[in-house]
Design a protein around this ligand. Structure first.
Ligand SMILES: C[S@@+](CC[C@H](N)C(=O)[O-])C[C@H]1O[C@@H](n2cnc3c(N)ncnc32)[C@H](O)[C@@H]1O
Length: 267
C-alpha cells in the first residue's frame, strides 16, 4: 500500500516536472506503480522516488512518465477538426505560406501516432499533386518515449485503421499480417517525431501556422495550462489556428487567442 507521504512525493514530483496533476488519482498511481516496483526489486515507493529524483533524465524517471500518462488516442478522433482543417485552416495556411511553400504544423501530444498520421493524410489529400512542391512535414512530439517508439514503427491493428476512408487505407498502409498494417514510408516521412516536454521552453525557431494540442491539458492545472498557452501563442503566426480537445475549454479572459468555435482558437 502506498503511504500518504509516498503518494504526496510522487504527486509533487510529477506536477513540478510534467505539469500533470495526479492529486486525485491515488488509486491509479498506486495501482500502476505497484507491479513496476515489484518487478524491479524496489522495497517501497520512497526507494524508487529517491532514484527518480536523483536523476530526472534517467530511465527510472522515463519509466515513471510512461507508466503514469494516459495515451489513449485513435485515427480520425474528433473528425470535425479534420473537416475544419481541409475547409478553413489549410486553405488559410497555404495562402499565408505561398512564398516559402513551407507549412508549419505541430502536434503537441502525439501519443502513439494516430493523430499526426491522420493529419499528414489530411494534408496530403488537401495539397493533392501540389504536395511535391511543398514542405508539408509536420512535427509530432510527446513526452513518453514508449509512445514515440510505437508511433515511429507505425504498426496498427486492422480495427484501428478502420475509421479511415478506404482509399487512404490502400494508399498509405501496407498489410504485414492477418490483422496488422504498417504506415508506408512515404507517409512516415511526412511526420517528424521528437520527444518534448510541454513544460519546457519551446525550442522552435520558426512560427507555426497550425497547432494541435488535444486531450493533454486536461491533466494540467490552470496556471500551468495558461502559461503553456501563452508560450504557444508567442510561437504562432498571426492568424494561426490552435485546436484543443472537443471536451476542453479555454477561458478567454486568461489568454490572447480569439475564439473561433468550440475547441478551435486563432491568434
Ligand atoms: C490522451 S493522449 C492524447 C493524444 C492525442 N492528442 C489525442 O487527442 O488523441 C495524451 C498524451 O499527452 C502526453 N503528455 C502528457 N503530459 C505531457 C507533457 N508534459 N509533455 C508532453 N506530452 C505530454 C502523454 O504522454 C500522452 O501521450
Amino acid at each position: 500500500m502506498i503511504t500518504d507521504s509516498e503518494f504526496q512525493r510522487i504527486v509533487t514530483y510529477v506536477k513540478k516536472n510534467y505539469g500533470i496533476d495526479l492529486s486525485q488519482k491515488r488509486v491509479l498511481v498506486g495501482g500502476r506503480l505497484e507491479n513496476y516496483l515489484a518487478r524491479n526489486g524496489y522495497a517501497n515507493y520512497d526507494e524508487y522516488m529517491a532514484k527518480v529524483e536523483k536523476n530526472p533524465k534517467g530511465s527510472e524517471a522515463t519509466d515513471l512518465v510512461n507508466i503514469l500518462t494516459t495515451n489513449h488516442t485513435y485515427f480520425m478522433r474528433e473528425s470535425e477538426h479534420f473537416e475544419f482543417m481541409k475547409n478553413v485552416a489549410l486553405p488559410w495556411a497555404k495562402s499565408k505560406a505561398m512564398g516559402t511553400k513551407d507549412l508549419r504544423i505541430w502536434c503537441g501530444a502525439s501519443s502513439t501516432g494516430e493523430e499526426p498520421y491522420t493529419l499528414a493524410m489530411v494534408i496530403q489529400d488537401y495539397l493533392g499533386i501540389d504536395h511535391k512542391s511543398w514542405d508539408s512535414r509536420l512535427l509530432a512530439t510527446d513526452i513518453s518515449k514508449r509512445v514515440l517508439e510505437h508511433a515511429m514503427k507505425g504498426v496498427y491493428l486492422k480495427e484501428h485503421i478502420d475509421p479511415l476512408p478506404e482509399n487512404w487505407k490502400r494508399h498509405y498502409f501496407k498489410q504485414i499480417g492477418p490483422e496488422e498494417f504498417v504506415v508506408k514510408d512515404d507517409l512516415k516521412k511526412e511526420v517528424i517525431f521528437r520527444q518534448f516536454n510541454l513544460m519546457d521552453p519551446l525550442p522552435f525557431k520558426k512560427k507555426f501556422h497550425i497547432v494541435f494540442l488535444r486531450n493533454v491539458m486536461i491533466y494540467f492545472q490552470d496556471d500551468t495550462k495558461y502559461q503553456l498557452i501563452q508560450r504557444i501563442y508567442d510561437h504562432m503566426e498571426p492568424g494561426g489556428y490552435l485546436f484543443i480537445g472537443l471536451t476542453e475549454r479555454l477561458d478567454r479572459r486568461m489568454m490572447k487567442f480569439n475564439y473561433v468555435q468550440p475547441s478551435i482558437y486563432r491568434k
